[in-house]
Design a protein around this ligand. Structure first.
Ligand code: ADP
Length: 195
């Protein structure tokens, strides 16, 4: 099974992707995590991506598409399918994904938008930063109010146009991302559980 979770930063995609893994064995693929790993490892991709990510902008499509294409070629994804979190983020990425899927003879089974109230995102990201700090972990350079404002604007301008792109093929469904975590999971399972 292959699933895409769409929604603004802090809407809970990562949390729900982990739950889908538990229940269905699909592999969570977060391009944000992949890029952060590249930054931490100091690879050429990481070197290009760091300043862009820290400012809340999008890393160029060709770089992100390359990173994702390498990852989906791995055996675990071939076997379990994927749940994408943070990709596609532009219509061009959505088209590249369609091409990748077609070449492999795969299909996108479920595309789910997590709807949230933008105002709640600031509180959520602030909470994530505080909890990470309290646990002694490194706080993401982009998890602060100024950069979050930029990330939300970028989401609105560059990522939201994906919704009509998918809606035309009637693959798009929505869940209420403002509901408690377990309730969001329940709504998601009601969609993907249908196979
Ligand atoms: P968020 O919590 O904002 O959804 P992510 O961890 O998914 O954060 O992504 C963090 C940053 O990584 C983004 O602001 C962007 O710079 C970069 N990034 C992640 N995925 C993509 C993508 N598909 N296209 C372009 N840039 C991306």
């Amino acid at each position: 099974m292959n699933v895409i979770l769409l929604g603004p930063p802090g809407c809970g995609k990562g949390t729900q992707a982990a739950r889908l893994k538990e229940k269905y064995g699909v592999i969570p693929l977060s391009t944000g995590d992949m890029l952060r790993a590249a930054v931490a490892a100091g690879t050429p991709v990481g070197k290009k991506a760091k300043a862009i990510m820290d400012s809340g902008q999008l890393v160029p499509d060709d770089i992100v598409v390359g990173v994702l294409a390498d990852r989906i070629a791995q055996p675990d994804v071939q076997k379990g399918g994927f749940v994408l979190d943070g990709f596609p983020r532009t219509v061009a990425q959505a088209k590249s994904l369609d091409d990748m899927m077609e070449k492999r003879g795969w299909k996108l089974d479920h595309i789910v938008e997590m709807k949230v109230d933008e105002k709640a995102l600031f509180a959520r990201i602030d909470k994530r930063a505080r909890e990470t700090k309290a646990a002694g972990g490194p706080v993401r350079a982009d998890d602060n109010a100024d950069v979050l404002k930029k990330r939300i604007a970028v989401y609105r301008e560059q990522t939201q146009p994906i919704l009509p792109y998918y809606a035309t093929s009637s693959r798009l469904r929505a869940v209420d991302g403002m509901a408690p975590i377990d309730e969001v999971t329940r709504q998601l399972e009601a969609i993907v559980g249908k196979g």
